[in-house]
Design a binder for this molecule. Structure first.
Ligand SMILES: C[S@@+](CC[C@H](N)C(=O)[O-])C[C@H]1O[C@@H](n2cnc3c(N)ncnc32)[C@H](O)[C@@H]1O
Length: 390
């Protein structure tokens, strides 16, 4: 580890061949960068043919600091033209990629990758705008259950709360009204969803929710800040949920709790036509798994929370059904799932027209079960939480 000043640090991770820069690099003279550039230079000496330079948590960089880093990178490129250097930036820090792309354009062995788009290809489906109406109806349906469940997991009035992967922010508005937190941050990676969230909050006259653009696996939030951290229906779309859980753990105060919800899609059910419905949802699970997402995660919550270091873990499951509220809401959600899953996702996987026809039939039967006067349709969800030890 690192030469560091109070405001920035540089370290070399030998296992990942990664030089990590973080913090605020605002220096008055190149001398203040000497320790950092020496370490970068030595790291290239230890590194192999492919070295990553991770700037995802470098929040500020003035021109003096940039020039020092640019010089040491250029020197490393020229010293070994066979070596590839990849700068890993994040779209969260908007200035960083264009700045380093200019540098990369002059060096053939230097390139820039935007971490959050290059590493989560599958997630473009869930950041799609077409999901916005579904998310809103989904939350309406789950809130009937969760407003009772949350206090059993420790949520109460007057807490500092973070909702990570908040989507369109509707859950945060409900939390705000029901539990009146002292501080409420809602973070997501979809700018469209956040715009929508801010608009809805303004319409509701709620101006204290801090809607924040960010990458949940690399948050810029400080450690040990929140009494209660929620992350709903989102761990299941990360191929590395452990990384996200580590971040949720980090921002939670010791003694605070992290609350997660996840599904087990193959347990969606309905009557009549239960067989067709079951077949389709088994296929939904396989389809998501093709894109490295695990929509069977619900019952794994206890293990995931335990492995992440939480204690006093609580797990419960609930079934959203067509009898909870307006059955049309249930049907709308299923139709929206059909649109995305049997639409762009199945097509992207290369499924045949025959498969897609059968796949769609199960959703149509689920809708029929929801709207049938004697029908029953269900969508099971697992809610789990763990305490961060003192
Ligand atoms: C299935 S939605 C769930 C949204 C919300 N929690 C809910 O229950 O309605 C998953 C959310 O995760 C967000 N997301 C995906 N990758 C993310 C990342 N790397 N950082 C932050 N949010 C991310 C998506 O934009 C989307 O809003």
């Amino acid at each position: 580890m690192s030469p560091s000043s109070p405001s920035f640090a540089v370290e070399f991770d030998e296992i990942n061949q990664e030089i990590v820069l973080r913090g605020t690099m605002r220096v008055r003279s190149p001398e203040e960068m000497t320790d950092a550039t020496d370490l970068i230079r030595r790291s290239f000496g230890h590194g192999g043919h492919l070295v990553y330079v991770n700037i995802k948590r470098l929040t500020h960089l003035n021109m003096t600091a940039f020039r020092c880093i640019a010089d040491v990178l250029t020197e490393a490129c020229l010293a070994d033209p066979q070596r590839r250097i990849v700068i890993v930036a994040s779209s969260v820090i908007a200035w960083s990629a264009p700045l380093f792309e200019t540098l990369a354009s002059a060096q053939p062995n230097l390139s820039v990758e935007i971490y959050d788009s290059a590493f989560y290809p599958g997630q473009t489906f869930v950041e799609d705008e077409s999901f916005i109406p579904i998310l809103r109806t989904q939350t309406k349906m789950t809130w009937r259950h969760e407003r009772e469940i949350l206090p059993r997991h420790g949520m109460k009035e007057g807490m500092a709360i973070a909702d990570i992967c908040c989507g369109i922010g509707d859950f945060a508005t409900l939390i705000k009204r029901q539990f009146n937190p002292t501080r409420l941050i809602a973070l997501d990676h979809s700018k469209k969803s956040l715009e929508y969230a801010r608009r809805v909050a303004a319409e509701f006259g709620l101006n204290s929710i801090e809607y924040t653009y960010g990458d949940a696996s690399q948050m810029l939030l400080a450690d040990n800040q929140f009494d209660f951290v929620t992350c709903r229906h989102s761990l299941q779309i990360f191929d590395r949920p452990d990384i996200l859980l580590r971040e949720l753990y980090r921002i939670c105060k010791p003694g605070g709790r992290v609350y997660i919800t996840n599904e087990k899609n193959s347990h969606c059910l309905g009557e009549p036509h239960s067989e067709s419905i079951r077949w389709t949802y088994d296929e939904v699970a396989k389809l998501f798994s093709h894109f490295d997402m695990d929509v069977e995660m619900g019952p794994k919550s206890r293990r995931l929370l335990t492995d992440a270091g939480f204690d006093t873990i609580k797990v419960e499951s609930f079934m959203v059904t067509n009898l909870d509220g307006d059955p049309r809401d249930f049907a709308d959600v299923i139709e929206a799932w059909e649109n995305v899953y049997a639409g762009q996702m199945a097509v992207r996987r290369g499924d045949s027209p025959d498969f897609i026809r059968r796949f769609r039939q199960g959703f149509k039967d689920h809708v029929l079960a929801a709207l049938h006067p004697k029908g029953y349709a269900g969508w099971p969800i697992w809610a789990a939480s763990g305490r961060k030890p003192f």
